[in-house]
Ligand binder design. Structure first.
Ligand SMILES: [Zn+2]
Length: 577
C-alpha cells in the first residue's frame, strides 16, 4: 500500500473503531487502567495528528486516549497517576536503521574520532597519538570515525605508517562509514591475515588491500575484512560476559534517553541477537527488529513482540565518502575526489553484488515471504534494486513485501515514482545533510548535492519514507534529525536544498508511524491509539509548536516500553502525583 492510501485506510479503521471522540475502545467492559498519564499535551500521531489530553494504559497497551474527562473514567483504586505537568507525551521514536551493537562498541570500546566530534585532521591525529601513548603494553587500540573528506588534512594511512605510529600495539582505524578500515601489521598478524589470504566471498564482499609488490597495505574494504581483524580484538574485550551485559545496558539506556523505544539492527547476527535476548530479562530493553546478512539463519519474522528478525539485508554499493557509490554519472573531478578520496578520474564503483545474485536473493525472499532491506546509495544502485524487485514481483507476487531501500540519498523522482508503484519503502539517513552537507555539492556536484536525501520529493510523490541515523555513523539523536529534515541546515550554516524540507508533522511521522510500517509494526507502535503497545516518551516541549531551529534542544524526560519505564532523566517530573 502506498502512503496516501495507507493514511486513508488507517483513518477509516480509526473511525470504525468506535468513537475517537470518546477515546474509548468499543465494547470494553470498563476495566480500570494500570496507569493514566494526564495534565499534558498528547501527540497521538494518528492519521489526523490529533492532540489529546490524557492516555490510559492497561497490561502494557493503550486502553484509551482522549480528553481528560474521557480518560479519567478509567481511573480505579489501584491506578497510578502520572502528572505530565504541561509536558508533551508522544510515541517513542522508531529508529528504523542502525547498528546498535556496533554503536555500543564505538561508544565504549573504541576511541571516538568521529567528525561529529573532531572537524579537523590535526585534532584527529592528536587524539590518535595520545591514545597510542597511553595504551597499556599489549593493549589493542581501535579508533572509529576516520573521515578525511570532512576532517581536512587527513590522508589515508598505509600499514607501514601505522607500524611506525604504533610499533608495539595492534592498531585499527575504522572509517566513519564503517565501510573501510586501516590496520597495522600486528593487528593483521593477530587475525592471521597474510599477503596470501584470499578476499572474503561472504554476502558483504570486500577486500584486503595490497600494494604493488603484493604485500598487504593495511586497507580493509567492506564488512567482512574489517570484521576479520576486529574478531580477535572483540574476543579479548568481551571475554568477561558481565562486560557485554553492561555494554548493552548502557546502549539501551542511551537510546531510550534520546527517545528511541524501537530500534532496528540492520545487520543483525546470531551473536548480537543472543546478547539482546539474554539481556532483555536483566534490565529494561528496547523493542528490537533486525535484518540479517546471513538471512538463512532465521525463519521469516522469527521472534516475539519484543525481539524479532524481519528479513534479509544486502548491499548493492558502498558509501559516498570512500567513492564507492554505484552511479549513472561519475563523481566530478576535483581536488576532493582525486586527492583526498584518491579516486581515478571518471570513477564509478561496480556493484558489490552481481545482478544474477541479487535476482536470486530477491526471488528467495519473495518466495519465502521474507522482507528485504537493500542498501543502495548511488542512483545506479537504486535502479538495479528497483529493476530486480519489479521483475521478482512479476514472478512471485507478494503485495505486502515492504522491501526497502536504505539511505537512498540520490534517489531521483522517476525512481521515487517507481518505488511507490512497487510498494518499495525508502529510509533516509538524514544526518548526512547536517554533518556532510557542506562538502556534498563539491563531492557529487551542486545539483546532486543539494537534493541529497530528498524527503520533500518523497513526500510530494507520496512514497512511504522514514528517517534514521545509522548509528554509529551519526549520533542517535532523533530530535536533531527532525530539525535537519525541517530546516536542512549544515554544520557550516548552509541551507542545503530548502525545496527538500518537510513540515514538522511530516518529520514526526517519518520517525514514528512511517518506520513502524516499514518494520511491519504499524498496528503495534508508532502512534498512541487504543490497542497499541504503550511505547511512549515524555518530552520537555511540544515539537509541533517550538521554533524549528530549536527542535534539537528538546529533552527526553522519560521513556516507556509496554507502559513500563525504561528511562527517566534526572530533571524529570516525579512518577506519582
Ligand atoms: Zn547501516
Amino acid at each position: 500500500m502506498d502512503k496516501r492510501s495507507l493514511l486513508i485506510f488507517r483513518a477509516a479503521l480509526l473511525i470504525l473503531s468506535a468513537g475517537w471522540a470518546g477515546g474509548v475502545l468499543a465494547g470494553a467492559a470498563d476495566p480500570a487502567a494500570d496507569v493514566i498519564f494526564h495534565r499534558g499535551t498528547v501527540l497521538t500521531v494518528d492519521p489526523f495528528m490529533t492532540e489529546a489530553e490524557a492516555v490510559a494504559v492497561k497490561d502494557g497497551r493503550i486502553l484509551a486516549v482522549g480528553s481528560a474527562a474521557d480518560v479519567l473514567k478509567y481511573r480505579g483504586e489501584a491506578t497510578r497517576m502520572i502528572d505530565l505537568d504541561g509536558r508533551t507525551l508522544m510515541p517513542g521514536f522508531v529508529e528504523g536503521h542502525s547498528h546498535p551493537f556496533m554503536n555500543m562498541l564505538v561508544e565504549n570500546m573504541a576511541v571516538d574520532i568521529r567528525p561529529v566530534r573532531y572537524a579537523r585532521g590535526p585534532q584527529v591525529m592528536d587524539v590518535i597519538n595520545a591514545a597510542v601513548a597511553r595504551a597499556a603494553p599489549g593493549e589493542e587500540i581501535v579508533f572509529f570515525g576516520w573521515d578525511p573528506v570532512i576532517q581536512s588534512g587527513l590522508k589515508n594511512p598505509t600499514r607501514r605508517e601505522l607500524d611506525a605510529l604504533a610499533p608495539h600495539h595492534s592498531l585499527l582505524i575504522i572509517g566513519n562509514s564503517g565501510h573501510v578500515a586501516f590496520a597495522n601489521s600486528r593487528a593483521l598478524e593477530a587475525a592471521g591475515i597474510t599477503r596470501d589470504t584470499p578476499d572474503p566471498t561472504g554476502p558483504m564482499g570486500g577486500s584486503f588491500g595490497h600494494s604493488e609488490d603484493g604485500e598487504l597495505n593495511g586497507r580493509l574494504d567492506q564488512g567482512d575484512p574489517i570484521l576479520a581483524v576486529m574478531t580477535p580484538i572483540l574476543k579479548n574485550r568481551l571475554s568477561d560476559p558481565q562486560k557485554a551485559v553492561e555494554l548493552v545496558r548502557k546502549g539501551w539506556r542511551q537510546c531510550a534517553g534520546n527517545g528511541i523505544t524501537t530500534v532496528d539492527d540492520s545487520m543483525i547476527d546470531e551473536q548480537y541477537l543472543h546478547l539482546y535476548r539474554e539481556t532483555a530479562g536483566l534490565f529494561p530493553s528496547l523493542r528490537i527488529r533486525g535484518y540479517a546478512v546471513h538471512y538463512k539463519t532465521w525463519k521469516p519474522f522469527e521472534g516475539d513482540d519484543l525481539i524479532k528478525v524481519n528479513g534479509a539485508k544486502v548491499f548493492v554499493d558502498g558509501t559516498p565518502w570512500t567513492g564507492t557509490l554505484f552511479l549513472t554519472k561519475p563523481y566530478p573531478a576535483n581536488p576532493l575526489t582525486l586527492e583526498v578520496m584518491e579516486l581515478p578520474p571518471d570513477y564509478i564503483q561496480k556493484p558489490y553484488i552481481s545482478p544474477a545474485d541479487l535476482k536470486t536473493l530477491v526471488d528467495d525472499c519473495l518466495k519465502e515471504k521474507r522482507t528485504l532491506e537493500i542498501h543502495a546509495q548511488g542512483d545506479a544502485a537504486i535502479d538495479m534494486a528497483l529493476e530486480t524487485v519489479e521483475e521478482g514481483l512479476e514472478r512471485y507476487p507478494w503485495p505486502d513485501h515492504r522491501f526497502r531501500i536504505a539511505h537512498a540519498p540520490m534517489i531521483r523522482d522517476d525512481q521515487l515514482e517507481r518505488a511507490k508503484r512497487l510498494g518499495v519503502q525508502i529510509t533516509f539517513l538524514m544526518s548526512h545533510v547536517k554533518y556532510w552537507g557542506d562538502i556534498l555539492p563539491t563531492m557529487v556536484g551542486e545539483e546532486r548535492g543539494r537534493r541529497w536525501m530528498p524527503a520533500g520529493s518523497a513526500e510530494r510523490i507520496g512514497v512511504n519514507y522514514a528517517f534514521h541515523f545509522d548509528g554509529p555513523v551519526a549520533p542517535n539523536k532523533p530530535f536533531s534529525v527532525l530539525e535537519t529534515a525541517v530546516v536542512r541546515k549544515t554544520v557550516g550554516g548552509r541551507i542545503l536544498g530548502p525545496e527538500e524540507r518537510v513540515t514538522i508533522d511530516e518529520a514526526i511521522r517519518a520517525y514514528t508511524i512511517n518506520p513502524a510500517y516499514q518494520l511491519f509494526m504499524e498496528k503495534e507502535v508508532g502512534s498512541l491509539e487504543p490497542g497499541k503497545f504503550a511505547d511512549m516518551i515524555i518530552v520537555s516541549e511540544n515539537p509541533r509548536t517550538i521554533p524549528p531551529h530549536q527542535l534539537s534542544d528538546i529533552k527526553v524526560l522519560a521513556a516507556y516500553v509496554n507502559g513500563a519505564e525504561i528511562f527517566r532523566a534526572p530533571e524529570a517530573i516525579p512518577p506519582n502525583r
